[in-house]
Design a binder for this molecule. Structure first.
Ligand SMILES: Cc1ncc(COP(=O)(O)O)c(C=O)c1O
Length: 379
């Protein structure tokens, strides 16, 4: 028998909608880079298998990789060692074991809305009460302390934060991070910081929540960084005792992260950060193209995304985000309706710019045409 927790879960209907897409459809719905990892990194993966690295490894992950991550992340917090790092099966599993290990029955966990679709179900599966907090365009997609304070109760145990944000492209400033951290610290709250788009920041530097406050678990991943979402290598960085405790559940869940790709990721991290810079620069150029086009359309208002690879404009047409996405799909463009990221996302539509500039331009032409039909007064 399937238990009630699982029966209650629902899969997003959006995938079904996308399955209706024809062959020539331009996909601006993608949540992953339209790049391949560098060839030499793939070669290291292959060689790693041929060299016999096909057995179980340490449950915490390859020591050399943990060491290298600690070195890289020490730009956020200087006292990190490999004992502060655990390799996971993507950020997805890191989030899952973090919530499962820290949330008790009835504990409330604040999470961003519109936000990444895994937060709410993962909090609920851990037995917690998922409490959404709004991240609104008028506030640069950053939560306000006033609103967080309004939502806080004596049962609030943790807050999930996500910068750069999916689906919003919002990026927290140093001051935002400082304010949220002080507020969480004042109320003895755990901060679970999803930083998977850390390397894709356009205007400023990424500001991590890793810092002086000890109750922070930073969740990260190589999925987007090296365009290897299918390799399933992520990591968490936190206090050593947190790693020891969460590490137990990690072991009983997956035994160990996959061995061969960790060797390739280690190589990539040491030798191919140039790839990340180049990819991010490409995303920045495409962002400039898509945002200019979006803001040139009457009834659409797009805040310049400062990170990740999503534009999340509002629209003021008389239809729901699902209807708008469906109208676009019929014309050959996949975009994600804003309400897929929670009810606060209604009135928005997400365009991923993980597609070629040529396709983005074509998609924007189609969008203009679609809008002309649904909003006849537009140019
Ligand atoms: C904000 C955010 N967190 C986590 C993930 C999951 O990443 P991973 O592939 O490492 O599991 C995604 C993927 O889309 C994401 O957008």
């Amino acid at each position: 028998m399937i238990n009630e927790n699982i029966l209650k879960l629902e899969l997003s209907g959006i995938r079904k909608m996308f399955e209706m897409a024809g062959e020539d459809t331009i996909n601006l719905g993608l949540g992953q880079p339209d790049f391949q990892p560098p060839e030499d990194v793939i070669e290291v993966y292959k060689r790693s298998m041929l060299d016999g690295n096909n057995g179980y490894g340490s449950s915490y992950g390859l020591p050399d990789l943990r060491e290298e991550i600690a070195k890289c992340q020490s730009r956020h917090r200087s006292d990190l060692t490999m004992d502060n790092v655990m390799i996971t099966v993507g950020a997805t599993q890191a989030l899952r074991i973090t919530l499962e290990s820290t949330v008790g029955k009835g504990d409330e966990v604040l999470y961003p809305e519109p936000g990444f679709v895994l937060y709410e179900p993962q909090i609920s599966l851990a037995g917690g009460k998922a409490v959404p907090y709004p991240v609104l365009q008028q506030n640069d997609f950053v939560p306000t302390i006033d609103k967080l304070e309004e939502l806080r109760t004596p049962s609030t145990k943790a807050i999930i934060v996500n910068s750069p944000g999916n689906p919003t492209g919002g990026v927290f400033t140093k001051n935002d991070v400082k304010e949220i951290t002080s507020w969480a610290q004042e109320h003895d709250m755990l901060i679970i910081s999803d930083e998977v788009y850390e390397m894709m920041v356009y205007e400023d530097e990424h500001v991590s929540f890793l810092g002086d406050y000890d109750n922070v678990i930073a969740i990260n991943s190589f999925s987007k960084t090296f365009a290897m979402t299918g390799w399933r290598i992520g990591f968490m960085v936190t206090g050593q005792e947190w790693i020891r405790q969460i590490g137990k559940l990690h072991y009983y869940t997956i035994a160990c992260p996959p061995t061969p790709p960790q060797h390739a990721v280690l190589y990539a991290l040491k030798d191919r950060l140039d790839f990340v810079d180049e990819m991010t620069e490409t995303f920045r150029r495409r962002r400039d193209v898509i945002v200019e086009r979006l803001n040139g359309i009457e009834g659409i208002d797009c805040l310049n995304p400062r990170g990740a690879f999503y534009a999340f404009p509002t629209f003021e047409y008389d239809l729901s985000s699902q209807e708008f996405a469906m109208a676009l799909l019929k014309k050959g463009v996949i975009a994600t309706p804003g309400d897929a990221f929670g009810p606060t996302g209604e009135g928005h539509i997400r365009f991923s710019y993980a597609n070629s500039t040529e396709n983005i331009i074509k998609a924007m032409d189609i969008l203009e045409e679609t809008v002309r039909e649904i909003y006849p007064s537009s140019p």
